[in-house]
Ligand binder design. Structure first.
Ligand code: APR
Length: 172
């Protein structure tokens, strides 16, 4: 078994194209789609995803819900709702860590081997990137240490700047 650090990797690209067990969606509490990665995932998965999400009754911030991947190459989607950045005094760090932990717990309960995260809350929800990436790395390392079944976690960067930030923080 590789060390947790070797099992945590940075992927520069489009999360909707990953042919792995599950990709994480940075959704909103309605789970009925949106812009950003949420919009890209719904477009790629097809209309059955929205129909399925309508049956879930939404998802509170900091939690996660699992759906099939439908027309995505990924088998499953773990929808999680990150905190909207409001300056740091509204429990944002705890809620963001909760998103990663909830997805890692779902992956463990379902015996998933590969999981990919977008940079949750780092787009429309305005979370400062360095603070968010630090939380992502710490919680994913925790999840990999506790769950040997999880072979790889990918942190997907949609820009070179985000990829560089992840790589820099992984080395620290
Ligand atoms: N693949 C990987 N990452 C992507 C993709 C993609 N196809 N598209 C966007 N991203 C990146 C963004 O560049 C950003 O770094 O995902 C990260 C999260 O950004 P958003 O998608 O804006 O998500 P978030 O900031 O969590 O805001 C969530 O936006 O789309 C709505 O319905 C969603 O209301 C919710 C809010």
């Amino acid at each position: 078994m590789e060390t947790p650090d070797k099992r945590l990797r940075i992927h520069r690209g489009d999360i909707t194209r990953l042919d792995i067990d599950a990709i994480v969606n940075a959704a909103n509490e309605t789970l009925l789609g949106g812009g950003g990665v949420d919009g890209a995932i719904h477009r790629a998965a097809g209309p059955e995803l929205l129909a399925y999400c309508r049956t879930l009754g939404g998802c509170p911030t900091g939690e996660a819900r699992m759906t099939p991947g439908f027309h995505l190459p990924a088998r499953y989607i773990l929808h999680t709702v990150g905190p909207i950045w409001q300056g740091g005094g509204h429990d944002e760090a705890h809620l963001l860590a909760g998103c990663y932990r909830a997805c890692l717990a779902l992956a463990e309960s379902r015996g998933l081997r590969h999981l990919a995260f977008p940079a949750i809350s780092c787009g429309i929800y305005g979370y400062p990137w360095e603070a968010a990436a630090t939380i992502a790395i710490a919680t994913c390392r925790e999840g990999l240490e506790r769950n040997p079944t999880l072979e790889h976690v990918l942190l997907v960067a949609f820009s070179d700047e985000m990829a560089d930030l992840y790589h820099r923080l992984l080395k620290e």
